[in-house]
Design a protein around this ligand. Structure first.
Ligand code: BV8
Length: 225
């Protein structure tokens, strides 16, 4: 069971050039959350949602992991399974930096899920063109991401890890979205020391034993060393 549980949000990928959700030029600009990140929005206008994720999937190929991702991968090299990274991000930058113990609680941009048969497939290309499911052949693939109102992935594994953690570190998240925003309280209730590393104080900073403000590319390597 991991002793160090790290939660990451859009802020850890910001320095790789991946827009965050709530900063001035965030992803939601020009798109209302309800229109692009809910099942209802998908049912209303499938094409707009598929195009929104197609654009993010294509943009992901242009960016690289940054020093914060690399510091977490190097820490895992040292401590192995004692470290678990739970990410709210749907990019693959933790994996490309070398992390292996990663839980994508909100799914992955580079995977597609079939609404007909439930199968999940690694997916680099467009979904806008309504491709057939490689499993059942039906043309009903959606991004394998968790939208608002949907249940996050691996919640049992996450709850168990939070209950056993001696250290909980939150990196680059605004603490605006649940249940992730509640993880610090869960870990703290079970005795973990809690630390927030974020560009600014977040909505949840007051729940942490310690909160450091600054860029992830500087704070994370300094903490992980
Ligand atoms: C659910 C995937 C039931 C798609 C996303 C109370 C309890 C439980 C649920 C709710 C509740 N109240 C409301 C809800 C429902 C809802 C919710 O939380 N709504 C909010 C708006 C109030 N939650 C849900 O629907 C969730 N499901 O609750 O199911 C359930 C619950 C428990 C158990 C079983 C069942 C599902 C939510 C998932 C939605 N999907 N993403 C996609 O990516 O397109 S959410 C998406 O937004 C991200 O994944 C992420 O989670 C969130 C964005 O947050 P951040 O990552 O923090 O990004 P943000 O831009 O906000 O902040 C960036 C931060 O970085 C900033 O603080 C900034 O200062 C900092 N930063 C910037 N640059 C840097 C930096 N820091 C360091 N260095 C830098 N360089």
């Amino acid at each position: 069971m991991p002793q160090i549980v790290v939660l990451t949000g859009a802020g850890i990928s910001a320095e790789s050039g991946v827009p965050t959700f709530r900063d001035a030029d965030g992803l939601w600009e020009g798109h209302h959350v309800d229109d692009v990140a809910t099942p209802e929005g998908f049912d209303r206008d499938r094409g707009t949602v598929q195009r929104f994720y197609d654009e993010r999937r294509a943009a992901l190929r242009q960016v690289e992991p940054n020093a914060a991702h690399r510091a977490l991968a190097e820490l895992e090299e040292t401590v192995g399974d004692a470290l678990l990274v739970i990410t709210q991000n749907i990019d693959d930058l933790h994996e490309r930096a070398g992390s292996r113990n990663v839980v994508h609680m909100h799914g992955e941009l580079l995977k597609a899920r079939c609404r007909a048969c439930g199968s999940v497939h690694v997916w680099q290309d467009t979904l806008y063109d309504e491709p057939d499911c490689p499993g059942c052949g039906v043309a009903d693939l959606r991004p394998d991401v968790v939208w608002f109102g949907e249940v996050p992935y691996e919640m049992d594994r996450i709850s168990a890890a939070l209950a056993e953690a001696s250290h909980f570190v939150s990196i680059g998240t605004s603490g605006a979205v649940y249940p992730a925003a509640g993880f610090v309280q869960h870990a703290r209730r079970h005795g973990a020391h809690t630390l927030e590393l974020n560009l600014e104080r977040s909505e949840g900073s007051h729940f942490f034993h310690e909160a450091r403000q600054g860029r992830a590319g500087e704070l994370v390597p300094a903490w992980a060393r």
